[in-house]
Design a protein around this ligand. Sequence first.
Ligand code: SF4
Length: 446
Amino acid sequence: MKRFYIETFGCQMNVHDSEKVIGTLEQRGYEQVHTAEDADLVFYNTCSIRDKAEQKVFHRLDQFKREAGKGKVFAVIGCVAQQEGEKIFDRAPHVSLVAGSASYTKLPEMLVQIESGDRRVTGLSLETDETFDTPYTRRDNPHRAYITIIEGCDKSCAYCVVPFTRGPERSRTSESVLNEAGELARAGYTEIQLLGQNVNSYRDPSPAGFNFAQLLEAVGRVEGIRRVRFTTSHPRDFGRDIVEAIDRTETLCNQIHLPVQSGSTNVLAAMQRQYTRDEYMRRIEWMKSARRDIAISTDIIVGFPGETEADFEQTLQLLDEVEYDSIFSFKYSPRPNTAALALGDHIPDEEKGRRLTALQERQRAIQLRRNTRLVGTELEVLVEGFNSSTSQWIGRTAQNRVLNFTLPARNGGEQPGRREMLGRYLPIRVTRAGPNSLAGECAMLV
Ligand code: SF4
């Protein structure tokens, strides 16, 4: 039996792509192992969103450079593969397969080439209208499932590699998405996360002609599905119909991730984000005036070329104005092929670090304040795990908050088993709040 190992770097799209790659390999008779040392075939599914992420894969490959010609096959897939292409063979001669995500539909053919001894196999074309639909997806989580609805991106944000590494936008048909959601529900999944670099620009290529809000609501009506989330949105394509769909459909989680990147209209223009601060805030107003209480999160980059202290101050003010429930924040990292490269990288790393710390401290206080107002309320969680070091169960609310909680002991004093608890929905009373999570107790005997 041929054994394979796969390591995944980066975003949820990469995680889900790896689930499909694993499914395709297992369908071809490969067995997954958990170390590269034990594998005949080693896959690295890579991320190039920041330089640090890119360097990780080359560091991994360097550890095996003595393996060249000894039968172990190395494959580099994903965004670094697409970005660097055949240069990877020169930099790491023990690599035999280099393929970007736009070529995954050809993975079975590429494996045939590898199995027949070919040692310079590539899949680097971005000329495709295909999406990586495969019946062979091996999902690790039995309760929550990813569904990719659109691949690639037609935007050109100045700092972003995605259009160069994942190609043009290709939407799946609404029928194929709804069929997959139905199959997952019949298989016992209750939570679905719709994925895309920019889900809002989803356009159903079939005669049904669904837009994103219509598809979202249709997935929310699939029998057996209790929660639907989606990521990532782009403010320019984010329509009010999405908020209205969430207000109408309880299974659509009242939680939206809308990356702003900066609070300064000048910086947004330099980033080629195609919206202004005011246009962004209008979308926030739609969410804040919704019937349901919608949790909002975002992405922010500090230290983009040309960002002044005054620009950065506007980003801090935006935090106070929006009061996000959580943020993902990063220092600007110059990337190959991007428009921002020509702008240079003049803000010293130390100053980027100072801004990042100031931003995170401001946000931490906001999160603590927002979480504290939930103390005393009862929230429903999907049970995701058990922390044996704290003897607490780990749950996630519809608003994507982590809630660590205790369960009343049974008559014999024992706790319920993990197998019976994972995937259940429970009402939890919140007793304590921290900036990044909540703590609580379940009054119900389970
Ligand atoms: S919308 Fe912008 S940031 Fe997002 S993937 Fe596309 S180019 Fe990158």
